[in-house]
Design a protein around this ligand. Structure first.
Ligand code: 7B2
Length: 330
C-alpha cells in the first residue's frame, strides 16, 4: 500500500503544517499536524470541554460505527513549548492520503492547553516518532506508521515541506519527481524515540564548512531550528543589528538586515537554508524587528532540526532495521 497527502501551512509564516485525515465510519475529516517529534495520535473530540474548543473540527466516536473504547486507557502529553493535552483512547479506522489503518489508537482529548484552543486550524497531532514515546497507559499504542508498515510497499514515509506553500507527506514510496540528485542517508539512533541523527557540520553564508558532528532530532512538529549557541552566535555575528533578546526569548534583528544562508551537512552532502527561511517573522505586524528561524538550543538539552531546516530538503524517514533518515535536494 501507499498513501500521499498534502502538508498545508496553517498561517503565512508556516508556523505549523496540517494534513487532512479521515477517522471512523462514516469518515470524519480532521486537519492534523504530522509530528515526527512525538508519538501520540490525539484529536479534539466530542469529549473535549466546549470552552476549550474554538473552531476546531472534532472526532465524535459515538458517530462512528467502527469506534471501540480502549477501556481503562488514558494518556497525557507535554510538548517542548509547554503545551499539552490528555484524555482517553478509542480505536477506529484511520486514513491518510488513501492509506487506511483499521483499529488505529485514536487518543480523544478530555483536556487541551490554551495554545491548542487558540489555534483553530489545528485539530490534533499524528505522532510519527518511534512508538516507544507513546504516552498511553497501561499499554502504549503504536503510531500510524508502525501500524501501516507491514502493508507498505516500502517501509518509509517522506516529508516534502515547503516555504509558504503546500507540500506533501508520502507513505510507502519515494517519489523521484519530488527531489533532484541522490538521497544521502545517515544513521538514526532511535532511543529514546526521536528521529535522532547527526549533522556532519555547517557553514554560514559563503564561509568555510565547519566539520563537526551535531546530534539532534528531525522534527516536523517544531517550527524553527535550535542549534548549539556557538553555531547560532557565529551566524548572527554576520547580521547587522542582531541581538539575543531576553525580552523576545531569542535572536532578533532589524527586518531590513541582510541575512546569510545557513548550510548543514548530512554525511558528505550539503543542504542550504535560504536566508528568507531564517528571516522568520516580524515580532508584531507593525514592527521593524524580526525574529530568527535559527535559535539557540541551550537549555533544551537537545538540538532540533525543525521545519525551517526540513523545508530546505526532501526528507526520507526510513523504518528499516536499523532505521535511517535520508535527505535530498529539491
Ligand atoms: C523545545 C521547543 C519546542 C519543541 O518542539 C518548541 C516548539 N516549536 N514549535 C512547536 C510546536 C508546534 C508548532 N507550532 C508552534 C507555534 C508557535 C510558536 N506559535 C506562536 C503558535 C501559534 C504555534 C503553533 Cl499553532 N504550532 N505545535 C503544534 C506543537 C504542539 C509544538 C510544540 N513545541 N513546539 C519550542 C518553541 N521549543 C522551545
Amino acid at each position: 500500500d501507499t498513501g500521499s497527502a498534502a502538508a498545508i501551512p496553517i498561517n503565512e509564516v508556516d508556523i505549523a503544517y496540517v494534513t487532512p485525515v479521515t477517522i471512523g465510519t462514516p469518515p470524519q475529516t480532521l486537519m492534523l499536524d504530522l509530528d515526527t517529534g512525538s508519538s501520540d495520535l490525539w484529536v479534539f473530540s466530542s469529549l473535549t470541554p466546549s470552552n476549550q474548543v474554538r473552531g476546531q473540527e472534532i472526532y465524535s466516536p459515538t458517530k462512528s460505527s467502527t469506534s471501540k473504547l480502549l477501556s481503562g486507557h488514558t494518556w497525557s502529553i507535554r510538548y517542548g513549548d509547554g503545551s499539552g493535552s490528555r484524555g482517553t483512547v478509542y480505536t477506529d479506522n484511520f486514513t491518510i492520503g488513501g492509506l487506511e489503518v483499521k483499529s488505529q489508537a485514536v487518543q480523544a482529548a478530555l483536556e487541551v492547553s490554551s495554545s491548542f484552543t487558540q489555534e483553530q486550524s489545528l485539530d490534533g497531532l499524528v505522532g510519527l516518532g518511534f512508538s516507544a514515546l507513546n504516552t498511553v497507559r497501561p499499554s502504549s499504542q503504536l503510531t500510524f506508521f508502525d501500524n501501516a508498515r507491514p502493508n507498505l510497499d516500502e517501509e518509509v514515509f517522506t516529508a516534502d515541506l515547503k516555504y509558504h506553500a503546500t507540500g506533501s507527506y508520502d507513505f510507502g514510496f519515494i517519489d523521484s519527481k519530488k527531489y533532484a540528485g541522490n538521497i544521502t542517508y545517515t544513521a538514526v539512533q532511535q532511543s529514546p524515540g526521536y528521529w535522532t541523527h547527526s549533522l556532519s557540520g555547517y557553514s554560514v553564508g559563503s564561509g568555510a564548512f565547519q566539520a563537526s558532528q551535531i546530534s539532534g532530532i528531525s522534527d516536523t512538529g517544531t517550527t524553527l531550528v535550535y542549534l548549539p549557541t556557538a553555531i547560532v552566535t557565529a551566524y548572527y555575528r554576520q547580521v547587522q543589528g542582531a541581538q539575543n533578546s531576553q525580552y523576545y526569548g531569542g535572536y532578533v534583528f532589524p527586518c531590513s538586515s541582510t541575512l546569510p544562508t545557513f548550510t548543514f551537512g548530512i554525511e558528505g552532502a550539503r543542504f542550504t537554508i535560504p536566508a528568507s527561511y531564517i528571516n522568520y517573522t516580524r515580532i508584531s505586524p507593525t514592527s521593524t524587528t524580526c525574529y530568527g528561524g535559527l535559535q539557540s538550543s541551550s537549555g533544551l538539552g537537545i538540538n532540533i532540526f525543525g521545519d525551517v531546516a526540513l523545508k530546505a530538503a526532501f526528507v526520507v524517514f526510513s523504518g528499516t532495521n536499523p532505521p535511517r533518515i535520508g535527505f535530498a535536494i529539491k
